[in-house]
Ligand binder design. Structure first.
Ligand code: MG
Length: 401
Protein backbone atom coordinates (compact mmCIF):
# COMPACT_ATOMS: atom_id res chain seq x y z
CA UNK A 1 0.00 0.00 0.00
CA UNK A 2 1.86 3.04 -1.22
CA UNK A 3 -0.48 5.74 0.00
CA UNK A 4 0.67 8.52 2.25
CA UNK A 5 -0.53 8.78 5.81
CA UNK A 6 -1.23 11.97 7.64
CA UNK A 7 -3.07 10.13 10.38
CA UNK A 8 -2.04 10.35 14.00
CA UNK A 9 -1.67 6.90 15.55
CA UNK A 10 -1.72 6.16 19.27
CA UNK A 11 -0.82 2.73 20.62
CA UNK A 12 -2.33 1.19 23.74
CA UNK A 13 -0.14 -1.50 25.30
CA UNK A 14 -2.43 -3.60 27.47
CA UNK A 15 -0.38 -4.82 30.42
CA UNK A 16 -2.99 -4.27 33.12
CA UNK A 17 -3.52 -7.91 34.06
CA UNK A 18 -2.34 -9.37 37.34
CA UNK A 19 -2.36 -12.82 35.77
CA UNK A 20 0.10 -15.10 37.48
CA UNK A 21 -1.47 -18.03 35.64
CA UNK A 22 1.77 -18.61 33.79
CA UNK A 23 3.10 -19.98 37.06
CA UNK A 24 6.11 -17.82 37.88
CA UNK A 25 4.65 -15.93 40.83
CA UNK A 26 4.69 -12.46 39.25
CA UNK A 27 2.57 -10.69 36.64
CA UNK A 28 3.46 -12.27 33.34
CA UNK A 29 4.14 -8.95 31.60
CA UNK A 30 7.13 -8.65 33.97
CA UNK A 31 8.58 -12.05 33.08
CA UNK A 32 11.79 -11.86 31.05
CA UNK A 33 12.98 -13.33 27.78
CA UNK A 34 16.62 -12.72 26.91
CA UNK A 35 17.04 -10.19 29.73
CA UNK A 36 14.02 -8.02 28.83
CA UNK A 37 10.49 -8.21 30.18
CA UNK A 38 7.54 -9.04 27.94
CA UNK A 39 6.27 -5.49 28.55
CA UNK A 40 9.59 -3.91 27.56
CA UNK A 41 9.78 -5.97 24.36
CA UNK A 42 6.20 -5.10 23.38
CA UNK A 43 6.77 -1.45 24.19
CA UNK A 44 10.04 -1.40 22.20
CA UNK A 45 8.27 -2.74 19.12
CA UNK A 46 5.79 0.16 19.15
CA UNK A 47 8.41 2.72 20.16
CA UNK A 48 10.41 1.72 17.05
CA UNK A 49 7.44 1.62 14.66
CA UNK A 50 7.53 4.70 12.43
CA UNK A 51 3.72 4.74 12.12
CA UNK A 52 3.12 5.19 15.87
CA UNK A 53 3.24 8.72 17.32
CA UNK A 54 2.47 8.14 21.00
CA UNK A 55 1.86 5.35 23.46
CA UNK A 56 -0.40 4.64 26.42
CA UNK A 57 0.69 1.82 28.71
CA UNK A 58 -1.97 0.21 30.91
CA UNK A 59 -0.41 -1.24 34.06
CA UNK A 60 -1.84 -2.98 37.12
CA UNK A 61 -2.91 -0.23 39.60
CA UNK A 62 -0.14 -1.14 42.06
CA UNK A 63 2.52 -0.53 39.37
CA UNK A 64 1.23 2.86 38.19
CA UNK A 65 2.94 4.77 41.01
CA UNK A 66 6.24 2.93 40.42
CA UNK A 67 6.34 2.06 36.72
CA UNK A 68 9.34 0.12 35.39
CA UNK A 69 12.33 2.44 34.78
CA UNK A 70 12.61 1.63 31.05
CA UNK A 71 9.34 3.46 30.38
CA UNK A 72 11.31 6.68 30.89
CA UNK A 73 13.77 5.81 28.12
CA UNK A 74 11.07 5.56 25.42
CA UNK A 75 11.60 8.37 22.91
CA UNK A 76 7.89 8.89 22.17
CA UNK A 77 5.26 10.58 24.34
CA UNK A 78 4.10 7.94 26.79
CA UNK A 79 1.30 7.91 29.35
CA UNK A 80 0.75 5.34 32.06
CA UNK A 81 -2.74 4.48 33.31
CA UNK A 82 -4.19 1.88 35.66
CA UNK A 83 -5.94 -1.20 34.33
CA UNK A 84 -9.45 -2.30 35.25
CA UNK A 85 -11.15 -5.53 36.27
CA UNK A 86 -11.52 -6.97 32.77
CA UNK A 87 -9.30 -6.61 29.70
CA UNK A 88 -11.87 -4.35 28.03
CA UNK A 89 -11.96 -2.11 31.14
CA UNK A 90 -8.18 -1.76 30.90
CA UNK A 91 -8.39 -0.86 27.22
CA UNK A 92 -11.20 1.62 28.00
CA UNK A 93 -8.95 3.29 30.59
CA UNK A 94 -6.19 3.41 28.00
CA UNK A 95 -8.56 4.91 25.41
CA UNK A 96 -9.54 7.70 27.81
CA UNK A 97 -5.84 8.62 28.09
CA UNK A 98 -5.35 8.77 24.31
CA UNK A 99 -4.87 12.37 23.13
CA UNK A 100 -7.70 14.11 21.23
CA UNK A 101 -5.59 14.26 18.05
CA UNK A 102 -5.34 10.46 17.63
CA UNK A 103 -7.21 9.28 14.49
CA UNK A 104 -6.33 5.61 14.81
CA UNK A 105 -5.72 3.54 17.91
CA UNK A 106 -3.70 0.35 17.76
CA UNK A 107 -4.07 -2.00 20.71
CA UNK A 108 -1.49 -4.61 21.64
CA UNK A 109 -1.32 -7.23 24.34
CA UNK A 110 1.98 -7.03 26.26
CA UNK A 111 1.92 -10.83 26.47
CA UNK A 112 2.86 -10.89 22.74
CA UNK A 113 6.47 -9.66 23.04
CA UNK A 114 7.69 -10.87 19.64
CA UNK A 115 5.42 -8.77 17.45
CA UNK A 116 7.26 -7.55 14.35
CA UNK A 117 7.35 -4.09 12.87
CA UNK A 118 5.85 -5.53 9.66
CA UNK A 119 2.77 -6.86 11.47
CA UNK A 120 2.25 -3.60 13.38
CA UNK A 121 2.58 -1.55 10.18
CA UNK A 122 0.25 -3.83 8.17
CA UNK A 123 -2.41 -3.69 10.86
CA UNK A 124 -2.24 0.10 11.15
CA UNK A 125 -2.42 0.59 7.37
CA UNK A 126 -5.42 -1.74 6.98
CA UNK A 127 -7.09 -0.25 10.06
CA UNK A 128 -6.82 3.19 8.50
CA UNK A 129 -8.10 2.00 5.14
CA UNK A 130 -10.99 -0.18 6.39
CA UNK A 131 -11.75 1.24 9.83
CA UNK A 132 -10.92 -1.88 11.82
CA UNK A 133 -8.18 -4.46 11.21
CA UNK A 134 -6.54 -7.15 13.27
CA UNK A 135 -3.57 -9.45 12.83
CA UNK A 136 -4.57 -13.11 12.51
CA UNK A 137 -3.11 -16.39 11.30
CA UNK A 138 -4.92 -19.24 9.55
CA UNK A 139 -5.71 -22.24 11.74
CA UNK A 140 -3.22 -24.99 11.01
CA UNK A 141 -5.12 -27.60 12.98
CA UNK A 142 -8.62 -28.92 12.49
CA UNK A 143 -11.03 -27.16 14.84
CA UNK A 144 -13.81 -29.07 16.63
CA UNK A 145 -16.77 -27.45 18.24
CA UNK A 146 -17.86 -29.45 21.30
CA UNK A 147 -21.13 -29.98 23.10
CA UNK A 148 -21.41 -29.06 26.74
CA UNK A 149 -20.67 -32.22 28.67
CA UNK A 150 -22.54 -32.75 31.90
CA UNK A 151 -19.58 -34.58 33.44
CA UNK A 152 -16.24 -32.82 33.75
CA UNK A 153 -14.25 -36.05 33.88
CA UNK A 154 -15.81 -37.49 30.71
CA UNK A 155 -14.34 -37.04 27.20
CA UNK A 156 -16.20 -34.19 25.51
CA UNK A 157 -18.60 -34.98 22.67
CA UNK A 158 -17.92 -33.27 19.31
CA UNK A 159 -20.80 -31.23 17.91
CA UNK A 160 -19.18 -30.55 14.54
CA UNK A 161 -15.99 -29.84 12.66
CA UNK A 162 -15.54 -26.23 11.61
CA UNK A 163 -14.36 -25.62 8.02
CA UNK A 164 -10.69 -24.99 8.60
CA UNK A 165 -10.19 -22.71 5.61
CA UNK A 166 -12.62 -20.28 7.24
CA UNK A 167 -10.94 -20.33 10.66
CA UNK A 168 -8.37 -17.71 11.64
CA UNK A 169 -6.76 -17.21 15.02
CA UNK A 170 -6.88 -13.60 16.20
CA UNK A 171 -3.72 -11.95 17.51
CA UNK A 172 -2.87 -8.41 18.45
CA UNK A 173 -2.17 -5.71 17.26
CA UNK A 174 -5.74 -4.64 16.53
CA UNK A 175 -6.23 -1.20 14.97
CA UNK A 176 -9.40 0.89 14.93
CA UNK A 177 -10.41 4.30 13.78
CA UNK A 178 -11.27 6.35 16.81
CA UNK A 179 -15.08 6.36 16.30
CA UNK A 180 -15.19 2.59 15.82
CA UNK A 181 -13.22 1.89 18.98
CA UNK A 182 -15.49 4.32 20.83
CA UNK A 183 -18.55 2.31 19.67
CA UNK A 184 -16.89 -0.97 20.63
CA UNK A 185 -15.94 0.18 24.11
CA UNK A 186 -19.41 1.67 24.65
CA UNK A 187 -20.80 -1.85 24.14
CA UNK A 188 -18.30 -3.20 26.64
CA UNK A 189 -19.43 -0.58 29.15
CA UNK A 190 -22.97 -1.89 28.73
CA UNK A 191 -21.85 -5.25 30.02
CA UNK A 192 -20.85 -7.19 26.90
CA UNK A 193 -17.83 -9.36 27.72
CA UNK A 194 -15.22 -9.87 25.05
CA UNK A 195 -11.84 -11.50 24.70
CA UNK A 196 -10.68 -8.89 22.22
CA UNK A 197 -11.68 -5.45 20.99
CA UNK A 198 -12.44 -6.73 17.48
CA UNK A 199 -15.28 -8.83 18.91
CA UNK A 200 -16.81 -5.70 20.41
CA UNK A 201 -16.43 -3.82 17.13
CA UNK A 202 -18.17 -6.70 15.31
CA UNK A 203 -21.00 -6.64 17.85
CA UNK A 204 -21.28 -2.89 17.32
CA UNK A 205 -21.92 -3.59 13.64
CA UNK A 206 -18.53 -2.72 12.16
CA UNK A 207 -16.71 -4.91 9.69
CA UNK A 208 -13.32 -6.02 10.91
CA UNK A 209 -10.61 -7.00 8.39
CA UNK A 210 -7.86 -9.53 8.91
CA UNK A 211 -4.24 -8.91 7.94
CA UNK A 212 -1.47 -11.50 8.06
CA UNK A 213 -0.17 -11.99 11.56
CA UNK A 214 2.87 -14.16 12.23
CA UNK A 215 3.14 -17.57 13.86
CA UNK A 216 6.05 -16.17 15.90
CA UNK A 217 3.76 -13.50 17.39
CA UNK A 218 2.83 -15.90 20.17
CA UNK A 219 0.90 -15.08 23.31
CA UNK A 220 2.66 -16.07 26.51
CA UNK A 221 0.21 -18.02 28.66
CA UNK A 222 2.18 -21.01 29.94
CA UNK A 223 5.78 -21.68 31.06
CA UNK A 224 6.25 -23.62 27.79
CA UNK A 225 5.41 -20.45 25.86
CA UNK A 226 8.37 -18.70 27.52
CA UNK A 227 10.69 -21.44 26.31
CA UNK A 228 9.18 -21.21 22.85
CA UNK A 229 9.50 -17.41 22.81
CA UNK A 230 13.14 -17.71 23.84
CA UNK A 231 13.79 -20.16 21.00
CA UNK A 232 12.01 -17.86 18.50
CA UNK A 233 14.06 -14.92 19.74
CA UNK A 234 17.26 -16.84 19.08
CA UNK A 235 16.32 -18.07 15.61
CA UNK A 236 18.82 -16.94 13.05
CA UNK A 237 21.31 -16.09 15.77
CA UNK A 238 22.01 -15.31 19.40
CA UNK A 239 23.30 -17.38 22.24
CA UNK A 240 21.71 -19.92 24.57
CA UNK A 241 21.08 -18.75 28.15
CA UNK A 242 24.19 -18.65 30.34
CA UNK A 243 26.69 -18.74 27.46
CA UNK A 244 29.07 -16.37 25.71
CA UNK A 245 30.40 -16.39 22.14
CA UNK A 246 33.47 -15.03 20.38
CA UNK A 247 33.55 -13.66 16.86
CA UNK A 248 36.18 -12.38 14.47
CA UNK A 249 36.03 -9.67 11.85
CA UNK A 250 38.34 -8.49 9.09
CA UNK A 251 38.16 -5.57 6.71
CA UNK A 252 40.38 -3.89 4.13
CA UNK A 253 39.93 -0.76 2.06
CA UNK A 254 42.15 0.76 -0.62
CA UNK A 255 43.87 4.05 0.24
CA UNK A 256 43.53 6.85 -2.30
CA UNK A 257 44.32 10.58 -2.32
CA UNK A 258 41.45 12.96 -1.62
CA UNK A 259 39.55 10.76 0.82
CA UNK A 260 39.43 11.19 4.63
CA UNK A 261 41.05 8.48 6.71
CA UNK A 262 38.49 7.51 9.36
CA UNK A 263 39.45 4.85 11.89
CA UNK A 264 37.29 3.97 14.89
CA UNK A 265 35.15 7.05 14.16
CA UNK A 266 38.20 9.35 14.38
CA UNK A 267 39.48 11.27 11.35
CA UNK A 268 43.26 10.86 11.13
CA UNK A 269 45.28 13.58 9.33
CA UNK A 270 46.64 11.82 6.23
CA UNK A 271 47.45 12.56 2.58
CA UNK A 272 45.21 9.67 1.57
CA UNK A 273 42.06 7.99 2.87
CA UNK A 274 40.08 4.78 2.55
CA UNK A 275 37.99 4.29 -0.58
CA UNK A 276 34.47 2.92 -0.22
CA UNK A 277 30.85 3.64 0.45
CA UNK A 278 30.18 5.35 3.77
CA UNK A 279 33.35 6.46 5.52
CA UNK A 280 35.15 3.13 4.86
CA UNK A 281 36.16 2.84 8.53
CA UNK A 282 37.91 -0.55 8.73
CA UNK A 283 37.99 -0.53 12.56
CA UNK A 284 34.19 -0.23 12.82
CA UNK A 285 33.58 -2.63 9.94
CA UNK A 286 35.79 -5.33 11.45
CA UNK A 287 34.28 -4.75 14.92
CA UNK A 288 30.73 -5.05 13.51
CA UNK A 289 31.55 -8.38 11.87
CA UNK A 290 33.15 -9.60 15.11
CA UNK A 291 30.17 -8.82 17.35
CA UNK A 292 27.65 -10.13 14.80
CA UNK A 293 29.81 -13.22 14.33
CA UNK A 294 29.90 -13.89 18.07
CA UNK A 295 26.13 -14.42 18.12
CA UNK A 296 25.76 -15.97 14.66
CA UNK A 297 23.92 -13.01 13.17
CA UNK A 298 25.78 -12.91 9.87
CA UNK A 299 27.83 -9.94 8.75
CA UNK A 300 27.75 -6.23 8.02
CA UNK A 301 26.62 -6.78 4.42
CA UNK A 302 23.53 -8.68 5.54
CA UNK A 303 22.30 -6.01 7.94
CA UNK A 304 23.65 -2.82 6.35
CA UNK A 305 24.04 -3.53 2.60
CA UNK A 306 25.71 -0.67 0.72
CA UNK A 307 23.06 -1.19 -1.98
CA UNK A 308 20.59 0.36 0.51
CA UNK A 309 20.55 4.16 0.36
CA UNK A 310 20.06 4.33 4.14
CA UNK A 311 23.51 2.86 4.76
CA UNK A 312 25.51 4.21 1.80
CA UNK A 313 26.32 7.49 3.47
CA UNK A 314 26.06 6.23 7.03
CA UNK A 315 28.74 6.81 9.63
CA UNK A 316 30.32 3.46 10.40
CA UNK A 317 30.32 4.36 14.08
CA UNK A 318 26.53 4.70 13.81
CA UNK A 319 26.35 1.26 12.15
CA UNK A 320 28.48 -0.16 14.98
CA UNK A 321 25.93 1.21 17.47
CA UNK A 322 23.13 -0.34 15.43
CA UNK A 323 24.93 -3.69 15.37
CA UNK A 324 25.24 -3.51 19.18
CA UNK A 325 21.51 -2.73 19.40
CA UNK A 326 20.77 -5.75 17.20
CA UNK A 327 22.84 -7.95 19.49
CA UNK A 328 20.96 -6.47 22.49
CA UNK A 329 17.63 -7.24 20.80
CA UNK A 330 18.73 -10.85 20.75
CA UNK A 331 19.25 -10.80 24.50
CA UNK A 332 23.04 -10.39 24.37
CA UNK A 333 25.62 -7.77 25.34
CA UNK A 334 29.12 -7.03 24.10
CA UNK A 335 31.80 -7.96 26.66
CA UNK A 336 34.95 -6.66 24.97
CA UNK A 337 36.39 -5.92 21.55
CA UNK A 338 40.04 -6.10 20.50
CA UNK A 339 41.07 -4.59 17.16
CA UNK A 340 44.39 -4.58 15.30
CA UNK A 341 44.80 -1.90 12.62
CA UNK A 342 47.36 -2.58 9.90
CA UNK A 343 48.49 0.67 8.31
CA UNK A 344 51.89 1.72 7.02
CA UNK A 345 51.43 5.47 7.56
CA UNK A 346 50.60 7.70 9.31
CA UNK A 347 51.24 6.45 12.83
CA UNK A 348 48.02 6.24 14.81
CA UNK A 349 49.45 5.82 18.31
CA UNK A 350 48.35 9.21 19.65
CA UNK A 351 44.79 8.80 18.28
CA UNK A 352 44.15 5.36 19.77
CA UNK A 353 42.48 6.53 22.98
CA UNK A 354 40.13 8.78 21.01
CA UNK A 355 39.18 5.77 18.84
CA UNK A 356 38.67 3.56 21.88
CA UNK A 357 36.46 6.23 23.42
CA UNK A 358 34.33 6.53 20.27
CA UNK A 359 34.01 2.77 19.76
CA UNK A 360 33.16 2.21 23.45
CA UNK A 361 30.48 4.91 23.32
CA UNK A 362 28.95 3.39 20.17
CA UNK A 363 28.88 -0.04 21.81
CA UNK A 364 27.63 1.29 25.14
CA UNK A 365 30.51 -0.34 27.04
CA UNK A 366 33.40 0.96 29.10
CA UNK A 367 36.55 2.16 27.38
CA UNK A 368 38.51 -0.48 29.31
CA UNK A 369 36.59 -3.09 27.30
CA UNK A 370 37.82 -1.73 23.95
CA UNK A 371 41.37 -2.36 22.78
CA UNK A 372 42.81 -0.93 19.55
CA UNK A 373 46.38 -1.60 18.43
CA UNK A 374 48.36 -0.33 15.49
CA UNK A 375 50.77 -2.37 13.31
CA UNK A 376 52.62 -1.72 10.09
CA UNK A 377 53.25 -4.38 7.46
CA UNK A 378 57.00 -3.76 7.41
CA UNK A 379 56.83 -2.38 3.89
CA UNK A 380 55.61 -5.70 2.52
CA UNK A 381 52.70 -6.17 0.07
CA UNK A 382 49.88 -3.71 -0.70
CA UNK A 383 49.46 -2.51 2.88
CA UNK A 384 53.22 -2.14 3.23
CA UNK A 385 53.29 -0.01 0.06
CA UNK A 386 50.59 2.25 1.54
CA UNK A 387 47.93 1.13 -0.94
CA UNK A 388 45.48 -0.19 1.66
CA UNK A 389 44.47 -0.19 5.31
CA UNK A 390 43.13 -3.28 7.09
CA UNK A 391 41.81 -4.27 10.52
CA UNK A 392 41.29 -7.51 12.40
CA UNK A 393 38.83 -7.64 15.31
CA UNK A 394 37.82 -10.14 17.96
CA UNK A 395 34.76 -9.68 20.18
CA UNK A 396 33.29 -11.49 23.16
CA UNK A 397 29.51 -11.32 23.47
CA UNK A 398 27.56 -12.66 26.46
CA UNK A 399 23.96 -13.73 26.80
CA UNK A 400 22.25 -11.45 29.36
CA UNK A 401 20.31 -12.87 32.25
MG1 MG B 1 34.49 -2.22 4.89
Amino acid sequence: MAQSFSMHVAAIIAAGGRGTRVGFGRPKQLLEIGGKTLLERSLDAFARCARVQDIVVVLPPELVSRPPAYLKSVEKPIRVVAGGARRQDSVANGFRAVGPDADLIVIHDAARPLVSDAVITRTIEAGWQFGAAIAAIPASETVKQVLASPWADEPRPVARTLPREQIYLAQTPQAFRRDILRDALALAAQGVDATDEAMLAERAGHQVRLVDGEASNIKITTPEDLWLADAILRRGGALPAGTAGVGTGYDLHRLVPGRPLVLGGVTIPSDRGALGHSDADVVCHAAIDAILGAVGLGDIGRHFPDSDERWRAASSLDLLGRAAALVAEHGCEVGNVDVTVILEAPKIRDRIDAMRQAVAAALGIEIACVSIKGKTNEGVDAIGRGEAVAAHAVALVRRRG
